[in-house]
Design a protein around this ligand. Structure first.
Ligand SMILES: NC(=O)c1ccc[n+]([C@@H]2O[C@H](COP(=O)([O-])OP(=O)(O)OC[C@H]3O[C@@H](n4cnc5c(N)ncnc54)[C@H](OP(=O)(O)O)[C@@H]3O)[C@@H](O)[C@H]2O)c1
Length: 258
């Protein structure tokens, strides 16, 4: 039995992965943005241990999520699943002065990775759209570029792969991988999405707990339980370091390089 923490497990792929892992007998801690969503998440995943609370668009609340998780002990696996989509039609600025989609999709997984006691496995939810993410890593806060919602989302999903591969390189004792679930019918994906929802959440759960040789790897990118070729920029160590330094600059949180 493994202990697994899943961000954004009040809905969609995170909720479905949590339900599956509990059914398999694992100990699962949920995460939701506020108390009401936490109650709803606990009701939807009977058997979950607890739900920690915090809005991941806020640096302070994200730090609090890490504290709450660490207060529960150590985890075998952490799934960085929470995300917001590509439909933000304007640059929504958070209280920390950052674009909302960057704060939730890029900075929050960075902060949680840096602050949560090191687990044995880390998973980062990316997207096929990461292939068109801006690999220059310039203007991460969208202060100079005219806003383009889909580009902003794609950029963050490239950041998630860069983060996964940076951790795989820096922490050789941890399995750190990224995955794309396909375009699936969740709140984010919408009802018209055409890919296989089940394979989307099964892949997260499999990477988190499976003893299969295929899941016990690091620095890989997955789609439906199989490796898939990621954007080549994600393997660039210099770009990985630029992203880590930028996230440290935005958050004041330092990631241990060991
Ligand atoms: N669906 C797709 O087609 C698709 C395709 C490629 C990649 N992905 C990736 O898969 C992951 C899961 O997406 P999904 O489709 O399951 O989306 P979803 O149904 O919209 O669920 C997203 C989850 O993240 C939570 N969340 C969002 N913003 C948050 C915040 N500021 N603070 C705390 N929690 C927050 C949501 O909470 P609430 O329920 O309270 O909103 C929800 O639990 C995302 O990283 C996404 O980028 C999805």
């Amino acid at each position: 039995m493994a202990r697994v923490f899943i961000t954004g497990s009040s809905d969609g792929l995170g909720l479905l992965a949590a339900q599956l892992l509990v059914q398999q007998g694992h100990s699962v801690v949920l995460h939701a943005r506020n108390e009401q969503r936490a109650r709803e998440a606990m009701a939807a995943v009977p058997g979950a241990q607890k739900a920690v609370i915090g809005d991941l668009s806020s640096i302070a609340q994200t730090r609090s999520v890490a504290d709450q998780v660490n207060g529960l002990g150590s985890f075998d696996a952490v799934i960085h699943n929470a995300g917001v989509g590509y439909r933000e039609s304007r640059r929504i600025e958070t209280d920390d002065g950052l674009p909302h989609v960057f704060a939730v999709n890029t900075l929050a997984p960075y902060i949680l990775t840096a602050l949560i006691h090191k687990p044995k496995r880390l998973m980062y939810l990316s997207s096929g759209l990461h292939q068109s993410g801006d690999a220059s890593l310039k203007d991460l806060a969208w202060r100079e570029r005219p806003w383009r919602g889909q580009q902003a989302y794609s950029d963050t999903k490239l950041h998630d792969v860069l983060l996964a591969f940076a951790i795989a390189r820096l922490w050789p004792d941890v399995f750190s991988n990224a995955l794309e679930p396909g375009w699936v019918p969740t709140k984010m994906g919408g009802a018209g999405a055409t890919d296989d929802l089940q394979q989307g959440y099964e892949t997260q759960a499999w990477l988190a707990v499976s003893e299969d040789a295929g899941a016990r790897v690091t620095g890989e990118y997955f789609y439906h339980m199989r490796p898939r070729k990621p954007n080549v920029a994600a393997r660039d160590q210099r770009k990985q370091e630029i992203l880590l330094e930028a996230c440290e600059g935005f958050s004041g949180v330092k990631l241990a390089h060991w």
